[in-house]
Design a protein around this ligand. Structure first.
Ligand code: ASP
Length: 364
């Protein structure tokens, strides 16, 4: 496949071609001006809202959270908030973090149950406590005392997907496998979208990360997720871990990620991306360098493809104080063929662009 609008860095030839190809990409043409909001590809509406709010003078973190709330409230997004895929026990547990550049404060919640908008609770952790992260029952208690109702986040669609997964999990339990020819349309749609390597291992999941810079150059970052599909109860991913799924420095920029959280936590990817930008790297290149670090430090065989490349997807998004932005993904497309993209809103409008990619996915 020829190099087109996307940048592949997995081969020497591709790396040599980088400078030419990169200049052709919107994301390296320099800032169109501020404000700017960047997010994972599920956040097209979210970046649009964040951009509009910042244009009216809203604080960048408030704008980022308002954008992310759209996705958290959307039952059709099965990777974030209401309608998210539950854990292995059928319970939706949400993780979220927020980072406010101007004050240098952050807040997060993990394994929070029954609140559609965990980012709102994370913001209260930041504003009204001496802490950065509250988890599980403690996070729920904190939401209760702040007046958040206990809502059922498990939609019918997510329940059916979970039930299908549970019924197929093992031939050695008391569940009987449902006939494959009578697959529920909602379950089929989910499988088409996310893939399902074998019945026990659907590919990771999804999340929204959104970083925003306002017209003054002030910065906010926000990440929200229901985490890996069918995760262990209490499993916490990268999204609520400050320095991994979200990191912001008002002097430099902001970064965050979606994809296999464990891989990100092990390199503190959000923080690393911001440090690379501090050293002068373009946001896109900063994201690529984090991915390169992950690829280099992933050594366990179970996490590698036969050719030694990571057997998981992960994407980083970054923006600097000037409004330059970029995103990079481990692979140019998902296992189901979806191209790696991100959402961006700046004075040129709200749109999706291709991520740079460390590796080109080979046909399996
Ligand atoms: N990063 C999220 C987590 O590890 C999941 C994802 O983005 O797919 O919880």
């Amino acid at each position: 496949m020829p190099l087109s609008r996307r940048t592949f860095l997995g081969t020497a030839a591709a790396a040599a071609a980088l400078s030419k190809v990169a200049r052709a990409q919107g994301q390296t043409q320099g800032p169109a001006g501020l404000p700017v909001a960047i997010s994972s590809s599920n956040g097209l509406q979210a970046v649009g809202r964040a951009f509009e709010m910042m244009q009216k003078g809203t604080d960048p973190l408030d704008a980022a959270i308002a954008g992310v709330n759209i996705v958290e409230d959307d039952p059709e997004d099965m990777t974030v908030g209401y309608g998210g895929i539950p854990n292995q026990d059928g319970v939706v547990q949400l993780d979220a973090s927020v980072f406010h550049g101007p004050t240098g404060r952050a807040g997060a919640v993990a394994s929070l149950e029954g609140v559609k908008n965990p980012t709102k609770v994370a913001k209260l952790v930041m504003e009204t406590t001496d802490h950065v992260l509250l988890v599980g029952a403690g996070a729920r208690w904190f939401a209760d005392v702040n007046g958040f109702a206990r809502e059922n986040l498990l939609t019918e669609k997510a329940r059916k997907v979970w039930l299908y997964w549970r019924q197929n999990l093992s031939a050695n339990d008391k569940w009987l496998e449902p006939p494959l020819d009578k697959l529920d349309p909602d379950v089929k749609h989910f499988i088409d979208l996310f893939g399902w390597d074998d019945l026990r291992k659907p590919t990771t999941g999804g999340t929204i990360h959104l970083s925003a810079v306002d017209s003054r150059g002030d910065i906010g970052g926000c990440t929200s997720t229901s985490g890996l599909f069918f995760k262990m109860p209490g499993r916490v991913g990268d999204s609520p871990i400050i320095g991994a799924g979200c990191f912001t420095d008002n002097d430099v920029g902001s970064a965050g990620s979606t994809g296999r959280g464990e891989a990100n936590i092990l390199v503190s990817g959000g923080h690393l991306a911001v440090e690379f930008m501090r050293q002068g790297k373009h946001p896109k290149d900063a994201c690529v360098e984090v991915l390169r670090r992950i690829a280099k430090t992933t050594r366990e065989k179970r996490l590698l493809e036969a050719d030694g490349r990571p057997a998981f997807g992960i994407t980083f998004y970054a923006v600097n104080k000037k409004g330059q932005y970029g995103a990079a993904s481990m692979y140019d497309r998902s296992k189901t063929g979806r191209p790696a993209q991100f959402a961006i809103a700046d004075p040129r409008g709200a749109r999706k662009e291709d991520c740079a990619a460390l590796f080109e996915r080979r046909p399996s």
